[in-house]
Structure formats: C-alpha cells, structure tokens
Design a protein around this ligand. Structure first.
Ligand SMILES: [Zn+2]
Length: 125
C-alpha cells in the first residue's frame, strides 16, 4: 500500500474527527481494520500504533517513527533541501513532474524518504 493510499484511508474514515462522530470526547478515533474495535488516537499512540485490542500493526509515517525511536522524540532532519526531479522528462498518463508536484502537495513531504538523526538509548550516533 502506498503512502497516498494510507492517506486516503485516513480521509475515508478509519480516523474520524470528533466533529464527524457525535457524543465522544475530544480527539480522533481509530477503528481497527482487523478487529473493528474503536479506540482513541491517544490510546493507539500510547500503544506504539498497535491496536490496543488485537495488536494489529498500523502503518506510521517517518514523523511518528522518529517520535518512537529517538529519545523523547528528539531529532534533527537531514537533507531537507533535496527533492526529487524529473531528469528524464517522463510522461505516461500525465507528466512525472506533475505527479511529483501533486505528491508533495498531498503528503506535505518533499520526498518519499525522510532522514533524521538523534539520540537513541542515550547514545548520539
Ligand atoms: Zn484490532
């Protein structure tokens, strides 16, 4: 599953905002695709993005992974100035350059790869 598919799934209601779901406390809710049980995003995050009911492993992005792997989430992003380019001028159903622009707009990311550095278990690598 590509990251854009995941993004669409979020928009389609696996993560539902409080506004859309009446009579629930603040925050977002998560419906597990495996056991179909609902939990809050805070519960899910506290369980390292595993479903609290069945341990279903949810996909997470680099930002969430960095929060987990680095001590207190402390990290510095590297190579942020590097972005993908269309050196070949490739075109299929639409120009690759346009695909890149759309992907950046949809994800808010500059590239498919995110690199970070920070302390892990008290060690700066
Ligand atoms: Zn589950």
């Amino acid at each position: 599953m590509s990251s854009s598919t995941w993004f669409k799934r979020i928009k389609q209601g696996i993560l539902t905002s409080t506004k859309e779901k009446k009579n629930v406390p603040d925050g977002l809710w998560f419906k597990c695709p495996t056991c179909k049980k609902t939990s809050t995003i805070n519960e899910l995050k506290g369980n390292l993005w595993l479903c609290p009911s069945c341990n279903h492993h949810n996909r997470i992005d680099a930002a969430e992974y960095f929060e987990i792997i680095f001590d207190d989430g402390e990290h510095e992003l590297l190579f942020e100035e590097i972005i993908s380019k269309d050196h070949l001028g490739f075109v299929d159903l639409k120009p690759y350059k346009k695909r890149l622009e759309e992907a950046r707009k949809t994800t808010g990311l500059k590239d498919a790869l995110t690199v970070g550095v920070g302390p892990v278990n008290g060690k700066n690598l």
